[in-house]
Design a protein around this ligand. Sequence first.
Ligand SMILES: [Zn+2]
Length: 544
Amino acid sequence: MLCPLTQPNRALLITILEDYLSRGKVLCCQETQRKTLEGRLPHPSYTAILTDVVEYETVIGLEVHAQLLTRSKMFCPCSADYANAPPNTYVCPICLAMPGVLPTINEKAVEYTVMTALALNCTIAEYAKFDRKNYPYPDLLKGYQISQYDAPMGQHGWLTIDMDGTKKKLDITRVHLEEDTAKLTHCTTPEGETYSLVDANRAGVPLMEIVGEPDISSPEEARQYLVKLRTILQYLGVSTCNMEEGSFRCDANISIRPEGTTEYLGKVEVKNMNSFKAVYRALEYEAKRQRQELEKGGRIIQETRGWVEEKGMTVSQRSKEYAHDYRYFPEPDLPPLAFDKTWVEEIRSRLPELPDVRRDRFMSQYGLPTYDANLLVDSKAMANYFEDCIKLMADTSNGNNLHKKAKTVSNWLLGDFSRMLNTTNASIEETRVTPKHLVEMLGLIDKGTLSGPAAKTVFEDMFLNGKPASDIVAEKGLSQISDSSEIEKIAARIIADNSQAVSDFQDGKQQALAFLIGQVMKATKGRANPGIAKEILLDKLGGK
Ligand SMILES: [Zn+2]
């Protein structure tokens, strides 16, 4: 039974319970009896049971910042591609916040933000404006950030995630545009004095903020939301979404509350998470910390906490600011934006096929299971690679054949291919195995030149050295042995050497046959045609 009482009541309840228990009586905690308990006068006829546990639910809302892939910065002509530039070289009087300069709006950044808002099912505002968000911090050279406050570009959107086969719709509050800050590097002299270096190359790079509603109820849902959002932005081509490089950043608001209630017990904002895994771990840690805090009888302080990866914990940074602390006011140097409906519709018509639509198409057109389709479309590059392979494959005109071949390509991409990408920490764009290479190898398997086990070896070699499969097969002598007489000789030897397995098979143990086939494969370094090996063994063992 749940006991949705607030903390002080619960503490009181436990005191009363202990008292009752000591006198050999058992208490009941029910909503209807709460009043009596609060009055410290438990009804003497209670005979039920108290559970000591208040069930809490987790409430998470995510704010994502994505740098936009424009050529120039948000309000000046400096290049936005600063990744490999020496510090403070991609700067001008505007992004250095010199007095008297005037910003101008980057039209492409506005277009990308509208594209994103449309892809996230938002309503596009007819009117939007920029505001100054005032706060003092050394990375903000102007002393304020040009952002958007009460008139953002997009509002009331949503995206869907797939939780174990069930679709969940998560609402998006708003999508707006702002500018990035400079980068600070904190250093210490050998004498132990601390100082900070400012690099303004990043200052003024267009930054899109996507604020989600607090609809997320677990760290895993948060991870799925981020994966989906990143996939959508990558499909749109508006951001690289590289979390490690900081072009895709996530802050999370998290609070817990007794299940079934609507009260918030103090919202905590978590920052400094630079991978999806870090977001997941930080949220798990924070939900647990808040539960423990309440169970100790403490309270949750509204604050900002930073995730410390090495320690696997969050630490308090500062008490949380409220919107009024920023003293927002309209940016006087920029005109408001009016969005023409025709222009918005023109952008909508240019949106590419988005991940959900592509997933559904992969399932209907190629007959792929949901699991495969979801994983393939999670990466635009992987989904493109998949379709490039299908186009290169001969004989896919009849439906069944197409479905079978599509599943084979999917199995390779999600299996050995993904495994090799993970072990070498590479992305599919960097791989030396072209779709043509993979299709050629699958053709060799189809023709019987290459056995399944030997193909794994060939693939690894292709992946590491970028050679075509046929060259590797020739070089390493990996072509499949389908010549019965050759396999017969080997099978005869295996039977002679494994009398135990032979008698097991004759006693009806089927797994003994699998063992013997395995031995033939081992003796031929995976090159024997497994089907022929099985036939020959059965024949020799009299089990046909
Ligand atoms: Zn500039």
